[in-house]
Design a binder for this molecule. Sequence first.
Ligand SMILES: [Zn+2]
Ligand SMILES: [Zn+2]
Length: 69
Amino acid sequence: MDLFNFFKRHRCQNCGRRFHKVENYMHHQMLYHSDKNIYDCSNCGLKFTDMDKLKSHIKIYHSYKKEKS
Ligand SMILES: [Zn+2]
Ligand SMILES: [Zn+2]
């Protein structure tokens, strides 16, 4: 891939900020513009940027209870 596309890809479509690292870009999206790609814990409402983190959170903090009935 060429550099131009690289930077274009890392430019926020919503606010125009640019990011040199894809991680920063992702993080920015999560923090500022996403309601889609955030997984929130149904037990405590904490938000996670990926499913694995949410799963491990649930394991650690909420594994003792299964389902509220
Ligand atoms: Zn933005
Ligand atoms: Zn939780």
